[in-house]
Design a protein around this ligand. Sequence first.
Ligand code: CP
Ligand code: NVA
Length: 309
Amino acid sequence: MKRDFIHITDFTQTEILETFEIVREVKQKFRNRDDYKPFKDHTLAMIFEKPSTRTRLSFESGFYRLGGQAIYLGPDDIQIGKREPAKDIARMASRYNDMIMARLFDHQQIIELAEYSTVPVVNGLTDYNHPCQVMADTFTILEKRGHFENLKLVYVGDGNNMVVSWLNFAKRFPMHFVCACPKGYEPDQKTVDEAIKVGISTIEISHNPLTAVKNADIIYADVWASMGQKAEAEKREIDFKPFQVNQNLMDATGKDTYFMHCLPAERGRETTDEVVEADYSIVFDEAENRLHAQNAIMLKLMEYKNIYY
Ligand code: CP
Ligand code: NVA
């Protein structure tokens, strides 16, 4: 049976740990430029409804370096659900390609794509979540800290798609996750409730960034207006002002704290140039690990085809 990676929770804790092991090894092979081409003669269809820099570059370079070819389809090429329904695109693309990666607005569309596709589908971000990013981020945390024990991660900003993927990770690994956001910008309540119900992590929603970040091992930021919300940017700039991750907020943790950001970062808005450029900022390690984490996820999904790492 083919598998998909649409949510972090599509993998069990064991499968996530196995995937991290693959990340470690493919990263080393990538850096050594080893002759390792498990995806030789394979193609990956990449469907983008939204803009992207990291996601396109990392999937395209990553798949190529594993011996395959990635094919880019931009917003004008596909128009999922408008020119053609997701279920038709899924069956058509499955006949040409060995895997599909999609970045879409509507989460239901990627669910439909996965349901009708006969090849694995990987979620490259929807309005609801961004699981590849959190796989790269958590691998980066493992590299820096060596373990997830007693991890307090405070996300400061909008309760958006990044937060949903963090909550999903908190369903699989014990952690203390805090979302510090302005009133009215809380994350999806259903996902919050589910994460609380699983019962292995401490989940908090706070409206006070200064107290929320106390003792944080990691402060995580994202843009205040996500793709598709840029028309609200002006209002959001006012609502989110007290939630800027600046040096003052980093100091308020009372300990050594890493700064993480999925990027792109809007310096002067959700964070400052000083924070992004600081020694404690690991944003480019995260960005690099997107490529390795995705290669590992794709290898894990290809086990059904007897392509093993
Ligand atoms: N972090 C991330 O997904 O970046 P892009 O939007 O540039 O792909
Ligand atoms: N929340 C952001 C993440 C970008 C990688 C967005 O959806 O635009």
